[in-house]
Design a binder for this molecule. Structure first.
Ligand code: NOJ
Length: 796
């Protein structure tokens, strides 16, 4: 919706100012066209992913002219003011500008804010910027809208478990619709860091351990947040974060150094970022960690050589919170000024809350320690983003109180969150068809400290999510149980202390009820930023609670089997071997957002047949970490009969549950795995088909997974790598032939010289229901090695 204010005074003022620079009048007096323009410098630009309309808008000649026109008018302080990002503060009536913020806006000393939202407050601050500052440059408002703004969806790790990019795209679209209706332009999501170490609490924010799944999800979320047109009132500028290798923090300790090979960086950690860039993401955030001694915030290799030159990224890079100043404790800068110069010249455009660019860089520039060209490049990039967001056309487009009122927590959004929740649930074990539970049970005992929490279900990055909007497990089960069923509750134990005083009550309930639902896991803040755990077992006395409850349930059943279901709530895989061995049914429910309880009840009572799969390997013990399915074989792969092989003497080498695992209430049969050719030349496409049949008695979803291995190559390859997947729904008795196409990119590897190549030789294709349950077929690539891309820039 256009604001009358915008078309009258503010934009008029803005245009008049720019027009006064003469040469650029044409750029701003022509209404912005809908059609994307040719990139400004197509002849000289690196190969850009031009397919995205967002990138086309960012790199259009008009965006360039608007940016240049403004830049020509700016003082040094105004330029550095654009690059300054300030944080809002919480007040009783909601977020507001920091003390003195309005004066800073008037003086042109701030270009963007984070943690301020609300149509009215953003409109007023925007008014000050476009009416009362000298150059009338509109502000950007940002927030961590990670998995929903008010309607909270499943945490990203859970969403990845749906193996359904359309589902992730929908969730991001809803989040963008709500966030933008509250005055936001920019979200610090998606988080696309690969995590192979579940001790790292931020594993919850990403898509797990696999670079392909991570890439598919990254692109889907970017599309969902940004849509096709960044200028649309319901679009949010997305941020792929944290660039890069943040998930490889040593020991899983948040913020710790990452020390991994260049090969692993390119093969594992970079692909989701590259996918986000290809999908047109408009911003990236630098990561807190150093990579082999160079902090990401000071890495020209990362931000310039790779991101801008190799990948042709045209958007902005924002620092992480205080990440520029942290170059001092990192030990690579001796002063704030040095830190600022390092970050800006490396390619960090926007300074999140440090105040270093605005305060310390003017002196550096005047003294010749910082080229003006570096400042100009960053300002130009930011102005182009503001242009692409439509702010020079209508700076108030996203500050609309009517949209704010009508687009928040709508019935449609809540229904989408419930569907997303159901799709994310993973059925880990279901012996003797313990699940689904019958709806005519007389009593169900719900036991466990998390079952009644409407806060935990929201996860840790819940933006404006409120417990009052959320459905706890207990509330969901009570709402879904039949009229004649009593759902009783005992907490049993706290989440993470050793108190056992509630055990007796829990055991009593377990004895008396017809079925038991044990709800165990972590509080939402135990899997979050700065929430690394040295042990990924169940915290507190929960394991002992489970043991006591199971004993009581068994004793009371008198030989018959009482259904006992354990439901996990967590943001990381938990090592629970005893539980997995002992309970007949085990369900991974993650943190599913506002509809957690309803989505879970749908699954437990069989109103929805679960089809989620693990996006991460579940270890048996913390000591197995890192454990991931796409490891290399080694010269001594584990073998039970051979002592001198790569394994442990105190725990099996296999995981508790493999990547890609997840059951259904029905069963699926795979047959007729076929390849289109037994031999092909490098560069040709291979067709793979398989027929999947629903051999059970109810409709269900299966995620058909395709893995590939280059059997003998110039460098050792992983034992298998996910290359394709598809989530399908089949009625009982229905079968479908699923077809995949595998091309050069899927067969390629980085050779010893780090060139991207397809090498001749044998490959194995694996297709199946998890990374550990597949059937296979082989083919050969013939002819010469095909070079797809030259070696990337080496780390410097
Ligand atoms: C620090 C976190 O690392 C980052 O992910 C987040 O976007 C910023 N804080 C802003 O809240």
């Amino acid at each position: 919706m256009r604001s009358p204010v915008s078309s009258a005074s503010t934009v008029g003022l803005l245009l008049a100012t720019i027009v006064s620079s003469g040469a650029c009048a044409r750029a701003v007096t022509t209404a912005p066209s809908q059609a994307p323009e040719r990139p400004a410098s197509a002849a000289t630009a690196p190969a850009r992913p031009t397919s995205s309309p967002v990138i086309a808008a960012l790199t259009s000649a008009r965006a360039e002219r608007v940016a240049d026109s403004l830049l020509a008018l700016m003082t040094l302080d105004e330029k550095l003011g654009q690059l300054a990002q300030m944080t809002g503060r919480g007040t009783q009536t909601g977020p507001a500008a920091p003390e003195g913020g309005e004066a800073q806006i008037r003086a042109g000393r701030v270009g963007t804010f984070l943690n301020i939202h609300g149509a009215a407050v953003t409109r007023e601050l925007q008014r000050i910027a476009v009416e009362e500052s000298r150059l009338h440059v509109p502000l950007l408002f940002a927030l961590d809208v990670i998995h929903g703004f008010r309607t909270i969806f499943p945490v990203p790790l859970a969403e990845a478990a749906s193996f359904d990019p359309a589902n992730a795209e929908r969730a991001a679209r809803v989040a963008a619709t709500e966030g933008s209706a509250h005055g936001l332009h920019w979200t610090f999501a998606p988080m696309v860091d690969i995590a192979r170490d579940p001790r790292w609490g931020r594993i919850v924010e990403g898509s797990g351990e696999d670079p392909y799944l991570g890439s598919v999800m990254a692109a889907a979320r970017v599309r969902g947040f940004q849509g096709d047109d960044l200028a649309a009132p319901n679009a949010l500028l997305a941020t792929a974060k944290h660039f890069a290798v943040y998930g490889a923090a040593e020991g899983g300790r948040d913020y710790a150094s990452a020390d991994v090979s260049e090969r692993t960086i390119w093969e594992i950690y970079f692909p989701p970022f590259q996918a986000a860039v290809r999908a047109g993401v408009g911003s990236l955030m630098a990561s807190f960690n150093d990579i082999g001694g160079t902090p990401a915030h000071a890495s020209r290799w990362l931000l310039d050589d790779v991101l801008r030159r190799r990948w042709g990224f045209a958007g902005i890079v924002v620092s992480d919170w205080a990440g520029i100043e942290e170059l001092i404790p990192h030990g690579v800068a001796a002063s704030k000024e040095e830190a600022g110069v390092l970050a800006l010249t490396a390619g960090v455009d926007v300074d999140m809350v440090d105040g270093i660019y605005a305060d310390s860089l003017p002196a550096a520039q005047r003294a010749g320690r910082l080229p003006m060209a570096a400042i100009d490049s960053s300002v130009r990039r930011l102005l182009r983003v503001k242009y692409a967001l439509g702010l020079f056309d209508d700076p108030y487009r996203r500050s609309d109180t009517t949209r704010e009122r009508t687009m928040t927590l709508t019935a449609e959004h809540v229904a989408a969150a419930r569907e997303a929740g159901r799709r994310a649930i993973v059925l880990l074990k279901n012996d003797a068809r313990t699940l689904p539970l019958r709806k005519d049970l007389r009593t169900i005992a719900v036991i466990g400290p998390l079952a009644e929490s409407a806060q935990t279900v929201l996860g840790n990055w819940a933006a404006e999510g409120k417990a009052a909007d959320a459905v706890s497990v207990l509330a969901g089960l009570r709402a879904a149980a039949g009229g004649g069923t009593r759902v009783l509750y005992a907490r049993g134990a706290p989440v993470d202390t050793a108190d056992t005083s509630g055990f007796a009550e829990a055991a009593r309930l377990a004895r008396s009820a017809d079925a038991v639902v044990l709800v165990l896991g972590e509080r939402e803040n135990m899997s979050a930023e700065a929430a690394s755990r040295a042990s990924i077992e169940l915290p507190g006395a929960q394991l002992r609670l489970a043991q006591r409850v199971l004993r009581a349930a068994r004793a009371s059943a008198g030989g018959a089997t009482k259904p006992v279901v354990a439901v996990l709530m967590n943001g990381r895989p938990l090592a629970t071997p005893w539980l997995a061995d002992s309970v007949p049914a085990l369900v991974e429910s993650w943190f599913l957002g506002v509809q957690h309880g309803n989505a879970l009840a749908d699954v437990l009572f069989g109103d929805y047949n679960p089809g989620g799969k693990l996006p991460v390997t579940v270890p048996r013990a913390t000591g197995q970490v890192p454990i991931h399915y796409n490891h290399r074989n080694t010269g001594r792969p584990p073998a039970a009969e051979d002592h001198f092989t790569s394994k442990y003497i105190d725990v099996p080498w296999t995981p508790l549950y493999p990547f890609g695992h997840g059951l259904s209430y029905t069963t699926f049969d795979y047959r007729d795995l076929q390849l289109s050719a037994a031999e092909l030349r490098a560069g040709d496409t291979l067709g793979v088909s398989v027929t999947v049949a629903n051999s059970g008695d109810r409709a269900g979803d299966e995620v058909v997974q395709l893995y590939l291995r280059d059997d003998a190559a110039s460098v050792a390859r992983p034992v298998r790598e996910l290359k394709r997947f598809e989530r399908i729904t089949l009625r009982p008795g229905e079968s479908r032939t699923v077809r995949f196409a595998i091309g050069a990119e899927e067969m390629a590897l980085y050779d010893v010289a780090m060139r991207r190549v397809v090498e001749p030789g044998a490959f194995t294709v694996f297709v199946g229901t998890s990374s550990a349950d597949t059937r296979e077929a082989r083919f050969r690539v013939t002819g010469d090695t095909l070079v797809l891309a030259p070696a990337p820039p080496r780390i410097r």
